[in-house]
Structures are given as structure tokens and as C-alpha cells.
Design a protein around this ligand. Structure first.
Ligand SMILES: [Zn+2]
Length: 350
């Protein structure tokens, strides 16, 4: 019996009777991070990092949560567990599971780039490593974050000089705070859509300080956002809420923006290829640093990436999960684009 198995409810440790990021209601769940495809409603009991707890309390309305620090261990039925930084979003964790000398690590979502906000990823030695591969093709190679934020700040400055409001779309947990903390606030005021400000409030009150932001309400005067930058969720794009911000320029921050045509299809003025997931090189680096001989791929380009790992000499298998990676951060159009890229790759067109 494997230490962790994939069943219809989630990633299951039978020996300790606990699930990791289950997608169906179970009695006991360890949660890697607060994104909706990993932290779901209906569990009998939740266990997560102390910074993930306020996020899932706010999002799911649940209170039956225990928390741990990174590196703190706990045991059940001879199995020892601990959480280690995944660098994906605030509070995100890899789950280390050890039983009779065998170590498995379920990494949830992760990135190796330091974002100046989340606790940086730490490699954990193990025998079996469970990895996402949202961007598991060689075409995905991120530029250093400084380069991307230089682009974002320059775009904002140009808009400001032309009397336009800058509106940047990013997912409310993770991307929004990463953008906020890396903006050059000397350019102008930073404002937020309600969905972003709700998450900022939770993080400010229960996790850590953030740069100041102003929530845009019905009563906010236009003078408040003159020359400013507004952080909004992707779902706000094209809605009536945007009208009062005109004249404006729109941008979106997502790993999918590195794909040809992605910006045009999203009907935004600028696309910034900024992702909270590992790119091709970092996936390979992370896997190598675990020292694992066996790799299980869960979401993203699983088929292609698994074949690649086998060619490199790993024992590799893909498992079906209901995790969505960065697809959940944008929309189904990205799924289609990702499929097209994978198909082109398979057919040798790329
Ligand atoms: Zn995530």
C-alpha cells in the first residue's frame, strides 16, 4: 500500500486516515493553501499553516481549523507530518509525510521565484515527490520578477502622464498582494476593487502588513484615482464597474500572458507574464533538489511532463486530481489555449 494514494475524494494517507487538499468532503483534511481548488468547503476538520487559516475562515466560513508553523511536526498512527514553504502564495505549504523511513512530499502549487511577499520555497528531501506541472513545457520560462515589475511600473507611469487610470487584473489571493507589494507607490495612489480589498483586509489583520490601498466605492471621488493604479480581479474585466474609471488602460498579470495571442484574446491593453507557479526550469530544479526517485504529476501538462521525466530516468506517473493550477485564476479561455499549445507540441508544430 502506498503511503499516499489518490482516490475519488483526494490524496489519502490511509495509515493516518487523513486527506491532503481533498475535493470531496472528508473527516480530516490537511490544506496546502487557500486557493479554491485546494481549500474546499465541507471538511470535518482542517489543518493548515497559520497564515492559511484566516484565509479559509474568510472564504469558506469554517472555524474547525488547527494551525501549525512551517517545520513543526505532528504524528498520527506512526506517521509524522510537517509543512514546509511552497512559495506559491502567503501560507502555502508542501506537506511532508514520513512513515517507517519512507518520505513523501505533496507540494500543492509552488514557485521558486522569490516574490518579496510569500515565504520562499524550500526544497525537502524525499523518496516520492508529488508535483504540479501547470507550466510544464519548455516554452514557459519566466523573466526575473524585477523585469516584469519594471514593465508594470513603466506602464503605470506612462498612463499616469497621459491622464489615464491603470487597471491591472490579478487573482485576489496571491497575485493581488504580490503586485501591490512590488509596485512603485511613488508613481501615484494604489486603489482596489472590493474582492481584492476583502482579501487584503484579512491578510493585514491576521497575517502581515501590506502597503496602503484605497477601496473604490460608489462614493469615491474621481480625484482619488487620478494617475492611480487599480488592482481588480479578472472577473471585473468588461463589467460596468470599469466605466467610471475611464479613461483607462488595462493589464493582466498571469503566466498565460507568455502565450501568443493570450493578451488579445483577453481584450486587455497589456499582458504581464507573472505567475505564482514554477516555470519549466524551476519545475526541473525543484524535482532534482528533492532527490526523489519517484515523481507523481497531478495537474497541468501531466502527460508530456511525465514522459519527459521518464526520459530523464525518473519513475514517473500521472494521477488525476481536481486541481486547476493557474487556470482557476483566469478563465476557461486559458484552458483552451493551454490545450492548443500542448497539441501543437505533440504534433511538433511549436
Ligand atoms: Zn494555488
Amino acid at each position: 500500500m502506498p503511503l499516499l494514494e489518490f482516490n475519488s475524494k483526494g490524496i489519502y494517507c490511509q495509515q493516518a486516515d487523513v486527506y491532503i487538499d481533498p475535493w470531496r468532503p472528508v473527516d480530516r483534511a490537511i490544506i496546502t493553501h487557500g486557493h479554491s481548488d485546494h481549500a474546499r468547503w465541507g471538511m470535518g476538520h482542517y489543518l493548515c499553516h497559520k497564515h492559511t487559516a484566516p484565509i479559509i475562515r474568510a472564504r469558506l466560513g469554517v472555524t474547525n481549523i488547527d494551525t501549525v508553523e512551517y517545520g513543526e511536526t505532528w504524528s498520527k498512527n506512526g506517521v509524522t507530518f510537517s509543512l514546509h514553504p511552497a512559495g506559491h502564495v502567503i501560507g502555502s505549504a508542501q506537506v511532508r509525510v514520513e512513515y517507517r523511513g519512507e518520505v513523501w512530499v505533496a507540494s500543492g502549487d509552488y514557485k521558486l521565484q522569490h516574490d518579496n511577499f510569500s515565504t520562499p520555497f524550500e526544497p525537502v528531501r524525499c523518496n516520492v515527490f508529488i508535483t504540479e506541472c501547470t507550466f510544464g513545457l519548455p516554452i514557459y520560462q519566466w523573466q526575473p520578477q524585477e523585469v516584469i515589475f519594471n514593465d508594470i511600473n513603466n506602464w503605470w507611469l506612462e498612463n499616469s502622464e497621459q491622464g489615464k487610470t491603470s487597471v491591472i487584473f490579478g487573482y485576489s489571493l496571491g497575485k493581488a498582494q504580490r503586485i501591490l507589494q512590488n509596485l512603485d507607490e511613488s508613481i501615484g495612489p494604489i486603489l482596489t476593487h472590493g474582492a481584492i480589498e476583502n482579501m487584503n483586509k484579512v491578510i493585514r489583520e491576521e497575517c502581515c502588513p501590506l502597503k496602503p490601498t484605497t477601496l473604490i466605492t460608489r462614493d469615491t471621488p474621481k480625484s482619488a484615482w487620478a494617475g492611480g493604479l487599480v488592482i481588480a480581479p479578472p472577473s471585473a474585466a468588461g463589467t460596468a464597474w470599469m466605466n467610471k474609471l475611464k479613461p483607462l488602460s488595462t493589464g493582466i498579470a498571469s503566466g498565460w500572458m507568455s502565450l501568443r495571442g493570450a493578451r488579445r484574446r483577453r481584450a486587455v491593453d497589456r499582458g504581464f507574464a507573472l505567475s505564482d507557479h514554477a516555470d519549466w526550469n524551476d519545475l526541473n530544479t525543484a524535482i532534482k533538489e528533492t532527490g526523489a526517485e519517484c515523481i507523481i504529476t497531478t495537474h497541468g501538462y501531466t502527460g508530456t511532463f511525465t514522459r519527459w521525466l521518464r526520459e530523464q530516468g525518473y519513475k514517473a506517473n500521472e494521477e488525476h486530481t481536481e486541481f486547476e493550477g493557474e487556470l482557476s485564476e483566469i478563465n476557461e479561455a486559458a484552458t483552451k489555449e493551454a490545450d492548443e499549445v500542448a497539441t501543437e507540441k505533440e504534433e511538433g508544430k511549436e
